[in-house]
Write a protein that binds this ligand. Structure first.
Ligand code: LMR
Length: 394
């Protein structure tokens, strides 16, 4: 068996992490993988998370199994953070998952089980691992236009024209906020247009929200998703705590299924728990428990929100600095979209050759489609990137 295995395609983002590590240049700049960094280049443990860990260490008396769906308090607390009061709690089913990727995988497993002939519609472009998991599960996939390379903004007309082709029961994968890889997001009015289309076609929204709090704020980042949840009978949500709680390696995610009514939600709950059992039995608990502690303790929650807001403001400020720098150096406003984008990422619009030139000549690492991680920059490196972009011919 093992001697017949084929070489698997390498993940572009993980390959880039490796190449960066191996580059001996001291002044290299990592704008690759989506991990938050402060001005000193560190990925800190958030203070509220550290405090929760200390409390947990003192108070925890057992490491015995939780339930198959994980701790219900986690699903409630994180579900409330995401959904607010957009849907009645008895319409919600949820399972804890190993990270947001685990939630994406379980949602797609659910689709394969419940609607094997449906198609999943994905934005062009989307996070490469979405495509990889969809292919791995051999699901029918269809791309919809999303990003206008010329303007750096959402191509709403193209998106709506493509999504008008959705069939009843198809899934449409939307990024809740902070679109990865482009950084271009839907306005609330645009979310309403997409909701109209979903309602008209009978498709089912599947929202991946991995950066809540990194864009316009915790509630604003979930506002579009909440509009859909309040209006539509069914919806799936894959959420990650990696970024907004800074607990990447703890693998804390949540899959929420919103059902038309309480009875359907109970059946969905049973199915989701069954899927956990088939794939890994009990989900990891440590990160999920920290999140629950932070969200349900007023002091820890206020502290966490403050720190998250500081991180968000820092990324916004870097966006403005980079857009200003490029305005001066290019003598044009063609990079203003960087300040309009939200979240960790922006797609710069460089060709693969230009991306390669910036890596070769300046030690600047970004994903091949010219996605940069804004949080990889600081006040010193913003002008270096701007100069390298102009030098590469952007
Ligand atoms: C990213 O897009 O860089 C992150 O979501 C990390 C990953 O796993 O790809």
């Amino acid at each position: 068996m093992l001697s017949h295995l084929k070489e698997q395609p390498a993940d572009k983002i993980l390959m880039l992490m490796q190449a960066f590590r191996e580059d001996p240049r001291e002044d290299k700049i990592d704008l690759g993988v989506g991990v938050f960094r402060d001005a000193e280049g560190r990925t800190p443990i958030m203070a509220a998370v550290k405090e929760a860990e200390q409390r947990l260490w003192r108070a925890e008396t057992t490491k015995s199994y939780t339930g198959l769906a994980g701790d219900p308090d986690y699903a409630r607390a994180l579900g409330d953070l995401i959904l607010g009061d957009a849907v009645a709690p008895d319409r919600r089913a949820a399972i804890a998952t190993p990270g947001g990727t685990g939630a994406v995988r379980q949602a797609l497993e659910l689709m394969r089980m419940a609607a094997p002939d449906a198609r999943i519609w994905v934005s062009d472009p989307t996070w490469p691992n979405h495509l990889s998991i969809i292919n791995h599960l051999s699901l029918g996939m269809q791309a919809y236009r999303y990003f206008d390379n010329a303007t750096g903004h959402v191509d709403l007309d193209g998106m709506c024209a493509d999504l008008a082709g959705m069939a009843q029961g198809d899934l449409v994968l939307l990024h809740g906020c902070c679109h990865n890889p482009t950084g271009a997001n839907l306005t609330l009015g645009q979310w309403d247009k997409i909701a109209d289309l979903i309602e008209r076609t009978g498709a089912i929204p599947f929202i991946d929200i991995a950066y809540q709090g990194f864009g316009d704020g915790l509630d604003a980042d979930a506002a579009g998703l909440r509009r859909l949840a309040a209006r539509l009978p069914q919806m799936l949500i894959a959420a990650s705590c990696s970024k907004n709680f800074g607990i990447y390696r703890e693998r804390a995610g949540l899959l929420i299924a919103i059902a038309p009514d309480g009875d359907a939600a109970k059946r969905a709950q049973g199915t989701l728990s069954h899927l956990n059992r088939q794939n890994y039995s009990f989900p990891p608990d440590h990160g999920a428990r920290l999140v629950t502690m932070v969200l349900t303790d007023d002091t820890l929650r206020a502290d966490w929100q403050d720190e998250l807001e500081t991180m968000r403001q820092g990324m916004l400020s870097l966006r403005r600095q980079l857009a200003d720098e490029l305005r001066q150096r290019s003598n044009s406003d063609r990079f203003d979209f960087i300040a309009d984008h939200r979240g960790m990422f922006s797609r710069l619009g460089a060709t693969p050759d230009q991306v390669e030139a910036m890596r070769r000549d300046h030690g600047i690492y970004m994903v091949g489609d010219s996605r940069i991680n804004i949080a990889g920059l600081n006040a010193r490196t913003v002008p270096i990137l701007a100069a390298a972009m102009i030098d590469a011919g952007l």
